[in-house]
Unconditional design. Structure first.
Length: 434
C-alpha cells in the first residue's frame, strides 16, 4: 500500500510544502511519509532501528507512544520504563498510567496518578484520566467529581463534557446528560460520540421526535430511524466502563480522524459505550440490558434477519490493522465458545443487542487473516447452533464480528486474556442458550 501511494504522497509533499523535505535525508523522508499515512508499524521499525544505533530519550519516548497507538501497551511500558525511572517528566508517567489502565492494572495506575496530581493539582488532563480510571472501576460518583475538576481546570471541553454525560447516562440521569450534550451540539462542538449519547438520552426521556430529527439531519442512520429508536428505548447502560470509542454498525461514524499531533483516537475520552476498558461503546456509550427471558424458548426470539445468507470472505484491506490469526471454538455448559487469537492486544466493544440470537463486536484496527475464512466455515459445520460467523469491514478502520445462532442467547461473556506462544493475545466469547 505504501508503494502504491508513494508517488501521490511525494507529489503532495512537493506541491504543498514547496520542497520542505528537499534537503531531508532518505530516512527522514520515509518517516515523514509513514507519519502522514499513520503507518505506526512502519514507524516502529524506524525508531527501533534508530535506538539500536543510539539510545536517546526522545526516540525512546516516541517509540513508546507508537506502541501505545497500536494497542501494544506491554511493549509501550517496557520501552518507557527507563524514562520513568530516570526522569521526572510528567509525560512519561502519564503515558505509563494510560497503558496500565488499558491493561486493567488500575491499582498501579492509581498510585501513579495520585502522585502526579499531588505535584500538579492544576493539570486538568490528570484529573480527566483519573476519572476514566474510576469509571472503568464502576465508581461513577467519584469519576464525576474528577471530571468536574478537569472541567474547572479548563481541560478540553468536548472531551470532559462527553465524559460527564457518560457518567450521568450510566446513573440514568438522562435529563442532565441531554442538557450537557446539547450545550456542545448547539455550538457545533461535537463529534459522533456526542451525537450518539445525545440521541440515546433523548430516547430515554421519551423525546423521540428530537432524536429522529438528529438522526436524519446528521445522516447517522442507514436503516429505519424508528426501528433504531425502538431498539434504543429498550437498552440500559452497561455497569462497567470500557476505554475505547466507536459506534453501532447501524450508524454511520462521521469522524474517525486521528489527532495530528498526538496520533491518538480521543484517548482521553470515555467510549461511546462502556465495557472494558474503555473501549466501550458505540451507539451512545451504551450496551444492551439483559433481554427478558421468553416464555417459551427460541420460537419467541426476535430473530436476526437473513441468517441464512451465505457467509463471504472478509472484503477489502484495513491499513496498519492488527491481525486475527486464529479462530477456534469449543463447547461450554449449554452454550458455545469462540476464541480469537492475535500477536497484539485487541481492543473491542460489545455492540447493542438488536436480536436475541445475535452478538456483534466491533474490533478496533483489526482484520482477519485470509485463512480465518476456512475456520469460520469449519466451526459453522461442526457446531449446529452457530449459524453464522462473519467479519465485516466497516470501512472506517474497524471490523464487525457478527455471530448468529439458531437459538435464543441467554447470556454472553466477552473478555480479553493472554496465553502462551506467538499469538499470545486472546478474546474469549462465551454464550449460553435459553
Amino acid at each position: 500500500m505504501v508503494k502504491k501511494l508513494l508517488p501521490i504522497v511525494m507529489l503532495a509533499v512537493l506541491s504543498g510544502c514547496s520542497g520542505g523535505l528537499s534537503n531531508a535525508s532518505e530516512d527522514d523522508q520515509k518517516e515523514y511519509i509513514l507519519t502522514q499515512l499513520n503507518d505506526y508499524q512502519g514507524l516502529i521499525e524506524i525508531y527501533r532501528k534508530k535506538l539500536s544505533l543510539q539510545d536517546n530519550v526522545d526516540d525512546r519516548y516516541h517509540l513508546s507512544m507508537l506502541y501505545n497507538k497500536i494497542g501494544d501497551y506491554n511493549s509501550s511500558n517496557i520501552y518507557l520504563k527507563p524514562l520513568v525511572e530516570s526522569n521526572g517528566d510528567t509525560k512519561y508517567s502519564l503515558l505509563q498510567a494510560k497503558n496500565l489502565i488499558e491493561l486493567g492494572n488500575e491499582s498501579d495506575a492509581r498510585d501513579i496518578l495520585d502522585n502526579l496530581i499531588s505535584k500538579d493539582e492544576a493539570n486538568g488532563e490528570l484529573w480527566n484520566l483519573q476519572g476514566i480510571m474510576l469509571a472503568q472501576q464502576g465508581r461513577y460518583s467519584d469519576a464525576m467529581r474528577s471530571f468536574e475538576k478537569a472541567r474547572g481546570l479548563f481541560y478540553n471541553e468536548e472531551i470532559v463534557i462527553n465524559n460527564i454525560a457518560m457518567m450521568e447516562i450510566l446513573q440514568q440521569d438522562y435529563v442532565n446528560a441531554r442538557d450537557n450534550l446539547l450545550s456542545l451540539y448547539v455550538r457545533k462542538k461535537y463529534r459522533s460520540q456526542t451525537v450518539y449519547n445525545l440521541v440515546y438520552s433523548l430516547v430515554k426521556i421519551g423525546d423521540y421526535g428530537s432524536a429522529r430529527k438528529i438522526l436524519v439531519s446528521e445522516k447517522m442512520i442507514l436503516s429505519d430511524a424508528d426501528e433504531l429508536i425502538s431498539s434504543l428505548a429498550k437498552l440500559s447502560p452497561r455497569e462497567q466502563v470500557q476505554l475505547n470509542v466507536q459506534n453501532n454498525s447501524k450508524w454511520v461514524k462521521k469522524d474517525s480522524q486521528i489527532d495530528e499531533k498526538s496520533g491518538s483516537h480521543n484517548e482521553s475520552s470515555l467510549p461511546v459505550s462502556v465495557n472494558k476498558s474503555l473501549s466501550e461503546q458505540h451507539a451512545a456509550n451504551i450496551a444492551p440490558a439483559p433481554a427478558p427471558a421468553p416464555a417459551v424458548a427460541s420460537k419467541q426470539c426476535d430473530l436476526a434477519e437473513n441468517q441464512n445468507d451465505k457467509v463471504l470472505p472478509f472484503k477489502g484491506k484495513i491499513a496498519n490493522a492488527k491481525s486475527i490469526a486464529i479462530l477456534t471454538s469449543a463447547s461450554i455448559t449449554n452454550g458455545d465458545r469462540l476464541a480469537l487469537y492475535s500477536s497484539y492486544p485487541i481492543n473491542f466493544m460489545l455492540l447493542p443487542k438488536l436480536y436475541d440470537n445475535q452478538i456483534e463486536l466491533e474490533l478496533f484496527s483489526v482484520q482477519p487473516l485470509n485463512s480465518i475464512f476456512d475456520s469460520q466455515l469449519a466451526i459453522m459445520n461442526k457446531r449446529p447452533d452457530v449459524k453464522k460467523i462473519e467479519f465485516i469491514n466497516k470501512g472506517d478502520g474497524n471490523t464487525i464480528l457478527r455471530i448468529i445462532t439458531a437459538r435464543c442467547i441467554k447470556s454472553e461473556s466477552i473478555k480479553r486474556t493472554t496465553t502462551t506462544g506467538k499469538n499470545k493475545e486472546k478474546i474469549l466469547i462465551d454464550f449460553t442458550y435459553e
